[in-house]
Design a protein around this ligand. Structure first.
Ligand SMILES: [Mn+2]
Length: 209
């Protein structure tokens, strides 16, 4: 990984109000591939059952919640205690903060990260916002994508607003900033899609106690 964070000009402003910005060149391809392999083999991936409308379902992906010991979290009805930071993920968290600061973008001290691993395009994530109470009223969420390029789909939470849904493609090694206001304005989802390869996403957050 390079030591210098890219300049503000390297970012693409996908939406300005609220701010959705993507840095395609956050991690160079070879380093991103190496990180993908490390995480694939060294993260304690789990596919827990979650209760939806009174029935238990195995989630259609694998996940790992990582972070500071005090950064506990509730997710779909279960209490998650974070796994200790993997050194490569801790380093990545620091790099994400540096990249945001370097570009004068909104940032925070990320103390936790949700890793999701999608085996192929059939694995998915349903519509939701990252708006759990632990994240505070207006969270900043930063997502690093590794592996197969796939679109994250956004839609208005209030569907009568007349605004369209839209896709944000997330290339290998990219960083997506979901700035203040994004979670309260939009939901996002990873829909099933004919994409052959696996993908890992790391969404960095700050848990408020
Ligand atoms: Mn999310």
């Amino acid at each position: 990984m390079s030591d210098r964070a890219p300049s503000r000009e390297a970012w693409q402003w996908l939406e300005t109000q609220p701010l959705l910005a993507r840095l395609d060149t956050f991690i160079a391809p070879a380093a991103a591939s190496a990180l993908f392999e490390t995480l694939l083999h060294e993260v304690a991936w789990e596919s827990p059952a979650i209760r939806v409308y009174g029935r238990d379902h195995i989630i259609p992906r694998a996940q790992c919640w990582m972070g500071d010991p005090e950064a506990g979290y509730r997710y779909s009805g279960s209490q998650l205690v974070p796994t200790p930071w993997h050194p490569a993920v801790a380093e990545l968290a620091t790099r994400v903060q540096q990249a945001l600061a370097q570009a004068e973008l909104p940032t925070t001290e990320f103390n936790s990260v949700l890793l999701n691993r999608y085996q192929d395009g059939q694995q998915r994530m349903g519509w939701h916002s990252d708006d759990e109470p632990e994240l505070g009223p207006d969270p900043i969420v930063a997502a690093v994508s590794l592996g197969a390029e796939r679109p994250l789909r956004f839609r208005e939470r209030h569907r009568d607003s007349g605004q369209r849904a839209f896709n944000v493609w997330l290339p290998h090694g990219s960083l997506l900033l979901m700035g203040p206001g994004v979670q309260s304005r939009w939901q996002h989802a990873l829909a099933p899609r004919a994409i052959p390869g696996p993908r890992i996403s790391l969404t960095f957050r700050r848990i408020h106690r």
